[in-house]
Design a binder for this molecule. Structure first.
Ligand SMILES: CC(C)(COP(=O)(O)OP(=O)(O)OC[C@H]1O[C@@H](n2cnc3c(N)ncnc32)[C@H](O)[C@@H]1OP(=O)(O)O)[C@@H](O)C(=O)NCCC(=O)NCCS
Length: 157
């Protein structure tokens, strides 16, 4: 029987456990080019995975190798803090599946909106802009950990 795409999606995306945190950290640190010193940010927030204020999703290929992940902050509101598909695995629909699963997860947690910031050049490429429910709400100038201008977006899952 042919495996349907939605079945693959369910088996290949999971909530990161404590044991997965090193993998998630490696993914986050790959953003060093856009966010110099992002390792320090990780050290600041990692305790959130214990107290429940941070959660991570990981996506793997059919060989069970992790190819990407997201970090979510949950509290009074929800925020997607980081999202990445590793370079060799891009344009294979992992990003689309991971985004859908992340937004779905946030919606199931009870949030009607989530916030996300990203480098302006990524926004200009148009991928996020094309996602349903995504809206650009603002623009931030560079600050610590940010090399370029940042676009602020919200998603209405
Ligand atoms: C943005 C990102 C998550 C997309 O992941 P991906 O797995 O490559 O995306 P998908 O294969 O699911 O792409 C789905 C569709 O989105 C569009 N798309 C994806 N990447 C795109 C790009 N760089 N430019 C324009 N369109 C793009 C295409 O229409 C694509 O479908 P197609 O390949 O059939 O044309 C990935 O490129 C990434 O991790 N980039 C670096 C980190 C980053 O920018 N993170 C987000 C901001 S912090």
């Amino acid at each position: 029987m042919k495996v349907q795409p939605h079945e693959r999606r369910i088996t290949n995306i999971k909530l990161a456990s404590q044991e997965d945190l090193n993998i998630l950290r490696e993914l986050v640190e790959m953003a060093e080019d856009a966010y110099p010193g992002i390792g320090a940010w990780w050290n600041k927030i990692k305790s959130g995975f214990k107290d429940g204020t941070r959660q991570g999703l990981l996506i793997s290929n059919l060989s069970r190798e992790v190819v990407g992940g997201t970090v979510i902050k949950v509290g009074a509101s929800a925020k997607i803090c980081s999202m990445r598909i590793v370079e060799g695995a891009r344009r294979k629909r992992y990003g689309q599946q991971l985004w859908d699963a992340t937004v779905d997860h946030i919606r199931k947690l009870g949030y009607s909106r989530c916030h996300f910031t990203m480098p302006g050049d990524i926004w200009v490429q148009g991928w996020f802009a094309s996602q349903p429910g995504v809206e650009r709400i603002g623009h931030l100038t560079p600050k610590t950990f940010r090399r370029n201008d940042i676009e602020e977006i919200v998603c209405d899952p």
